[in-house]
Ligand binder design. Structure first.
Ligand SMILES: C[S@@+](CC[C@H](N)C(=O)[O-])C[C@H]1O[C@@H](n2cnc3c(N)ncnc32)[C@H](O)[C@@H]1O
Length: 289
């Protein structure tokens, strides 16, 4: 049976950064490590953020490195509107946004020094065409930066159903999953239509290696994020993850009411905290032989 999706794109865009937090510290540490590894300064370089969304990954980089020009391209006007708001609030002069489809990037060949792509290719079936486009617009002496992320909170949402004697993360998301099953809500697998969501982009690396790009370096930065139970509930109320839109809205509301009752029964305070272990990873692909 075809899975129905009740998207609200504005709501996804509005709540995207809350549901997918990234610390500025981890972003800046990642780019400082990339720069050191390549012995290249980012000053006066051009970077493409392909599928930039709300600018979650590159806006703080643009703030910390004003001579780096960033071009953010995305197909979604809703996501771009939030990126634009952040750019305006931060008075950034070095960040330009373009609405376009990455399958046909509106840039000339060899335009940028770095092409970055983060958490995009799992939503696009024809992802190899996008990699080819990124290679085309990047200077032959430039680099592809393939960013991937992992966090225990993203892992747990996928397939846990048990809910006893475990840590807060496992208990909370286990209960949510149990209620979803009870209410016959679908488990969202179909959102992923491109590559597998995985740290280290193995499918892209495989494709690039077969295409002849062998010079690849990996950098992984571990970091932590503090969630409260109130944050977990907010993720559910705000439907911060697109996968939460695969549920019938009426049944979804009933599940949330049951979650509230369960928190009371279990005497779980909304202030209770969980520190999640996160990783941000970058595969640096050198394009020249
Ligand atoms: C999961 S979000 C990732 C956003 C951002 N890169 C980040 O890491 O926060 C995926 C983004 O890819 C964009 N996208 C999906 N298909 C696209 C396409 N064909 N061309 C351009 N952008 C696309 C979506 O609009 C969305 O903003």
């Amino acid at each position: 049976m075809k899975q129905q999706i009740y998207w609200d794109k504005k709501q996804i865009a509005q709540n995207y950064d809350f549901g997918r937090p990234l610390s500025n510290r981890s972003i800046l540490e990642l780019f400082a490590t990339i720069s050191a590894k390549l012995s290249i300064s980012l000053n006066n370089k051009k970077m493409l953020d392909a599928g930039c969304g709300t600018g979650r990954v590159t806006i703080s980089l643009a703030q910390s490195c004003p001579s780096l020009s960033i071009i953010g391209i995305d197909i979604s006007p809703e996501m771009l509107a939030f990126a634009q708001q952040k750019i305006k609030q931060s008075h950034l002069k070095n960040y330009q946004l373009i609405k376009a489809d990455l399958q046909h990037i509106p840039l000339d060949d060899n335009t940028v020094d770095f092409s970055l792509i983060s958490s995009v290719l799992h939503v696009i079936p024809g992802w190899t065409q996008i990699i080819d486009e990124l290679i085309r617009v990047t200077s032959t002496s430039g680099y592809l930066l393939l960013i991937s992320e992992q966090a225990d909170i993203y892992e747990i949402e996928q397939d846990r159903t048990k809910s006893q004697d475990r840590n807060l993360l496992e208990k909370f998301w286990g209960q949510f999953q149990k209620l979803k099953l009870e209410y016959g809500l679908s488990i969202p697998q179909k959102i992923q239509v491109g590559i597998r969501w995985q740290l280290g982009c193995p499918e892209i690396i495989d494709y690039l290696q077969k295409t002849g790009y062998q010079n690849i370096n990996t950098i992984t930065i571990p970091w932590q994020h503090k969630y409260t139970v109130a944050d977990f509930m907010n993720i559910l109320y705000k439907k911060c993850w697109s996968a939460l839109f695969t549920s019938d809205p009426i049944k979804y509301d009933q599940v949330l009411k049951k979650m509230e009752q369960w928190l009371k029964q279990e005497k779980i305070s909304r202030d209770e905290e969980y520190i999640s272990d996160n990783k941000i990873c970058c595969e640096i692909v050198k394009l020249s032989p």
